[in-house]
Design a binder for this molecule. Sequence first.
Ligand code: SAM
Ligand code: MG7
Length: 927
Amino acid sequence: MRRREKKNTGRPREDFSEPSTSLSEARLSGCNAHGPTSAGSALSWSSFLRREGVSRQKKKALCEAAMLREVPQSLLVAKMLLFLRNDEEEEGKDSEKSGHSILCFCSRAFVEDRKLYKLGLKGFYVKEEENSTGEDQVSEDEEKEQKHDIFNTADLPSDSRVPEVEDIELDSETELMKSMGLPLQFGGAAVHKTIMRSGNTYKRNNKVMKKKKKKKNMLQKDILEIMKDTLEEDHETEDSHSLADDPSLINKEVDEQCENGEVKLDGMNEKWEIYWGEYGEGLLWKSWQEKQEDVDSELLSISEPWDNPEMKEKWQQHYNELYWYYWEQFQYWANQGWTVDVAHSSPKINKGNLETKEEKTQNIEIDDEYREVPDSNFCPLASVASCECNPIKNDNQCNIDILTEINKINLNSEEAEDSKSETMVDSNDSQGLYLTNMERHCPCDSSQSKKSDEGPKEENTTSEYGCSNPAASQVHSTGGGGSSHNNSDGDEQPPEQKPVRLKRSHELDAEEDAQADPDEVFGFLGLKRGTGQRYREIPGFSERRVTHLNRNMKFKSKLLDMRRTIKTKNKHIFFTEEPEVGVFKTSETLNKVERFLKQVNEPQEETSQDKTVHASTSSDSEEQENSVCSQNNPDVQNYELVLPDSNSSRHKGNSIEEEKLIIAARDCNSEVPVEEVEKEPCSLGRELLPLDIPDYLQMKTEGEVKPMKKKKNRKNKKENRSVPSLPPEIAADPELAKYWAQRYRLFSRFDEGIHLDREGWFSVTPEKIAEHIADRVRQSFKSDIIVDAFCGVGGNSIQFALAGKRVIAIDIDPVKIRLAHNNAEVYGVADQIEFICGDFMKLASSLKGDIVFLSPPWGGPEYTTAEVFDVQTMICPDGFEVFKLSQKITNNIVYFLPRNADIDQVTSLAGPGGKVEIEQNFLNNRE
Ligand SMILES: C[S@@+](CC[C@H](N)C(=O)[O-])C[C@H]1O[C@@H](n2cnc3c(N)ncnc32)[C@H](O)[C@@H]1O
Ligand SMILES: C[n+]1cn([C@@H]2O[C@H](CO)[C@@H](O)[C@H]2O)c2nc(N)[nH]c(=O)c21
């Protein structure tokens, strides 16, 4: 299989000049050697580099490149110790040692299947080679065409564009940036977002894109350059006595910084203040000008917006936005180990002047981005454009240079906002430092800015910028003289609205990390804690201690709320008593789906039309609105992988078989009417039918269902292709039609004879997710036999088999077993799977296997509407019973659960002294 071939290169790519790898490629290289640790990528790179004896500078550049381009398969975002409530603890015993705690790893994985989605939209399938998974079914020439097409769709509404390969790459890049804790600006997707949202012509978009890219590149460089140069300078000057004779020590230190993301925070507050005091004004003003250019050129005439009653508020907003944007960047690079010498008054000897010619040449050879800058002492932006800012220049001169360079920088508010929200929570991933390392204050405060003489108003506004974000709100209350304490009601708030607990830089030590509020951490991670019964005798947790916290842990957490409002219209379809008449109110989504289905179902149109639901028409504007919303709706599906210390135990040489693996899959935002299905398998939906579909389906169907219009010269090509008939049962069921439109995401080889029943459509694990789970299982367990206790139509079983496992596939429903067998044949793995029709609850005690995979029914649509999913009561049959019976087979259990599963319950499954990994999986996660 091609996908297998791509993996396990085991070595980082030397060529880091490439803009980005696809996420799937990137994630594969990092994890095999070191397992799913957040530091995995840097660690593997660093040890590789050490082995290869790469020079210091190159090593550094490679480290940075690695951080930018490599994503381990599973990123560890947090590690927690949960202490069980018991009497011994009160008697003073060490509960950790006496096995009265559970170690919980929280990780994240990112999975892509956009190409499969594209195939579904096209309505055809091109089998190009044997055993293709569908990833490769879009031919290269077509891909090229499509890339080109992105920019030739000026006449189409922005929503009509199918996400293209370039998007995928750029999104992956952005994702990678985020997951590595890098500012979003460094990624590329935001640029595309601009394009998609604007609906303007390619020319303009392309121009804007290029311009922004250029500016972003420059922006990216500025702080990086400062940090990098000054770090080097620090080494050169401070270490000249102690380290100069021993380059290995320098290397070691650099490595350690790379590996650990160690924080150099001494005096950071002060340095930031100086930095901002020095450059903030210029940055603010220039960015303000550029922003206004986009908005209204007349506004430019307002020379002092901070004094203008009309503009004041905007200015404050702008100030906050910029302040935090730079603050985040500054923080980020500081956390990477870079330091800034901002002591303008006492400039150090310029390292650049001391550097040998060879060193300079070497730098240039490494990468343009890391080129030597003559004076990097403290002229941050100078380095961006090779500004020769000599340290002996006075401040004014320097500022002039800076301002000249600032001219080239644009700060897009959206991007800044993105960055802010994504990097709001920053922490040291190796020492598990706390959320922020600086006490935030309201930047736009009279005490902070000369330009704004009023306190922060944003605190009470719902501005999407600056202080409206949690940290900024906190800042405001502090800066405005209010309390900086945590909001005690934080639990009631969605994670992203919770105030961030602030710490001062001096608080950043490992000891205090344990004080990180686990509730907050859960909140940031989007994990839900409920009050449900814990597994077996576990009474609850008396204490939770965060022992490790990855930066950027908040990444995408806002998407994990299953109950969040999805900005779509007419989510429900109202059917009349006579569905044939088609007089019902429906969503535009349905219209699109219907149009799409008509297109792909032309041969059957006559016969199936009567059964197909008829949608009322809606205006284009509505359509566009939907599409805009859909762009914002993340295509996310998250799961949790609970690998109880599989890596560390592996490192310790523990028996892999002894490990207990629990994958708690966190499902997407879907209302799957399983109960309805059971009661009324072929319902034509004469009652109110929920049309909510998983995010990963929803986004696509709502925003991007017009791929057919693309290019005339491609039309013939398509016409020649045989379009599969829409099965009548699909045509008759609007809900299923949506799933059908995305059938290749469920099974990439759908057209080769895959069959599903209604429940199967709703509950099969999408192929890429199933593949990911299978990969993790393969990596974690050497053992052979896996029991898929609730195999359904075979989504997981097939992938386990493809991953080389022998599978015992069980389902209580004979139809499912038939379908699963059929589908396994399509994938050529039926021989590896033993199908058993029966009740797992009854069969369990007589089964033998090395691993058990649990993907039971989640009990109908409630799982999406409940704040917290009760693992025991909402799963059918009883989720604890299922687990208990599985333990009779093995302790290597992978549990696939919805994302709102009660984490305390999940953790309790590990039992006293146990370890558990909860992995959240994101499918096509994008802004
Ligand atoms: C969510 S589906 C599994 C989907 C599967 N992972 C896939 O990818 O196709 C759950 C399945 O569990 C089956 N099931 C329900 N109760 C069962 C039981 N007691 N024993 C075995 N299977 C059961 C249902 O028939 C259903 O097919
Ligand atoms: C109702 N449902 C959906 N999915 C999963 O969520 C996605 C979106 O609906 C489905 O594609 C499937 O992966 C389910 N998985 C299990 N194990 N059990 C379920 O009842 C179930």
